[in-house]
Design a protein around this ligand. Sequence first.
Ligand SMILES: Cc1cc2nc3c(=O)[nH]c(=O)nc-3n(C[C@H](O)[C@H](O)[C@H](O)COP(=O)(O)OP(=O)(O)OC[C@H]3O[C@@H](n4cnc5c(N)ncnc54)[C@H](O)[C@@H]3O)c2cc1C
Ligand code: SF4
Ligand code: SF4
Length: 603
Amino acid sequence: MERTNTSNPDYYHRVVDCQWACPAHTNVPEYIRLIGQERYDDAYILNRESNVFPGILGRVCDRPCEPACRRTRVEGKPVAICRLKRFASDHKGDIADRLPKAPKEKNGKKIALVGAGPASLTVANDLMPLGYQCTIFEAGPRAGGLMRINIPSFRLPEEVLDTAIDAIVSMGVEMRYNTRIDSLKGLVESGEYDAVFVGSGAPKGKELELPGRHDCEQIFIGIEWLANIHFEHVNTVGSRVLIIGVGNTAMDCCRSAKRLGAADVKVVARKTRKYFKASPWELEDAEEEGVEILENLSPVRYVVENGKLTGMEFERFNSQEIDGKLVQEPAGTEIIPCDSVILAIGQDNAFPWIERDIGLEFGKWDMPVVDKTTFMSTRPGVFFGGDAAWGPENIIWAVAHGHEAAISIHQYCQGLSVQDRPPHGQTMSSTKMGLHEWAYSNDYNPVKRQKMKHVDLKERFKMSIEVEEGFTHEQAMAEVERCLNCDVQTHFTDNLCIECDACIDICPTDCLTITENGDEADLRTRLTAPALETHQPIFVSSALKQTKRVMVKDEDLCLHCGLCAERCPTFAWDMRKSVVVLPYAGRPVPASTLPVVEAQAAK
Ligand SMILES: Cc1cc2nc3c(=O)[nH]c(=O)nc-3n(C[C@H](O)[C@H](O)[C@H](O)COP(=O)(O)OP(=O)(O)OC[C@H]3O[C@@H](n4cnc5c(N)ncnc54)[C@H](O)[C@@H]3O)c2cc1C
Ligand code: SF4
Ligand code: SF4
């Protein structure tokens, strides 16, 4: 293999598993260290740079970072990244003067944004400081999108939403509430706006058309039902409630039903637990609240007697795993009595308001064709993001889309190519403070993942009571110590190595090997501990001076303990902190942080 190019920001970025897995690439290890130093304001501001809504996401993020976290490879449970984010947000002081501001003098460009969900709000957050005039058209009476009207306040209190949204709107975004856009053609051809961003979400809940569907009034579509609870159009539900589907919407529906007074709430899944879409922590919370989850049942019909729903009939299956695949055999039918059914089987996009003759192509599943990198549709100047772009995802994806779309809108409005993406940068700094001392906490701490305290079950069942209480100071500090500082990288200087094997002897995880070079597949099998996780990179040095062999490191196993760097007599290993520098609209990364090749080209 050729020497690994560690000056390409992607290489070390990939080693920081949590940051790499986060769609918005939040600098997780740095904000965790700042929390450890009780610098909550700094942690919050660093967080907000990329993920825009730390207080919200610290409560309800789908957390793609956590399954990726290196700590899971050491002892099974990831660092509670999301909860630490909330801790910083809850304990910050007054950070108003550190939030982005819009200049008094505008740049003369006007942007229309459809929908006031997290995607549009992120675009406005990035463009307002550049002098753009942003107008958000929102069908509903307030901003926040599904975060406000679908995520129940027992998971996400309104004041947390209001604080985060006000920080953006108060920059001077023009909010046109109760204004549904019925014609994209009208909007783009009004000539009033230089670009349009569509952040209208995926607002249509999926139907389940089975016999009996329209013969009674006790069958509801989950996302509409949750919105109706939010708007206080619904405040009761039957005593026995069946929720169909087992994703996160189902979890919000079953827990809301409990809070509306239902005595018996069952969630019905077609498959077995392994295949549930709901996040494990949401399933846990629902079960703790007494919701029963039934597997292997496929709905057949609604049982309606004299215009009243009395139950639902299901086909039952016996399931077994064969060669990693779920095989289901029919095993009869069963009627489960109920008074209300709530359908939580997914969401669709709906664009009846986009005319098909405005140069905006629609493709598969009648979805607009949107470029995966630039977020521009086939009509120049019209951009999509969030759930409106490629179907339902989650808040952090909507935020990530918003940042990229804002970059494109800024390029477009300046007459530059939207394809021309600003590169990522990287800075590296040694953390060496002495022979055995590092500027980060490198001791492996065996403490277990902290358990979030919940409001007592006896007091919990009100919509307005937030269930999770947040970490205590002690819990947060213990959790901080679980982080392995994956951004502090083992940086190898090839020509200093004398092949003494000291680092190999001391490494507690056997992730270092000096061996003959070869191709990647071959090298992976010849390491001290064979590197079988092919999605994790291996580092390969250039030919070492003495024997022409190479130093190879399996990044998968490293604990970032620094013992190799302490032991090395020639300082060939150093523990260097890598910071990925991300570009935002109007803020390309400083030239000094660009990869060497690009920096040379720029000179
Ligand atoms: C029940 C439920 C629970 C969820 N829980 C979580 C969670 O815990 N964590 C998580 O990360 N994600 C969660 N999600 C997903 C998350 O809410 C969405 O992925 C995210 O809100 C999408 O953001 P968006 O900006 O694309 O659109 P949305 O949030 O859907 O906002 C779109 C906005 O556009 C407005 N609009 C639509 N059409 C028009 C029009 N023609 N004119 C004007 N305005 C219009 C709508 O009124 C809405 O306010 C959940 C979703 C549901 C349904
Ligand atoms: S151990 Fe820390 S830096 Fe490493 S992946 Fe987990 S949270 Fe991120
Ligand atoms: S930091 Fe060095 S000694 Fe520690 S696990 Fe990683 S490679 Fe091994």
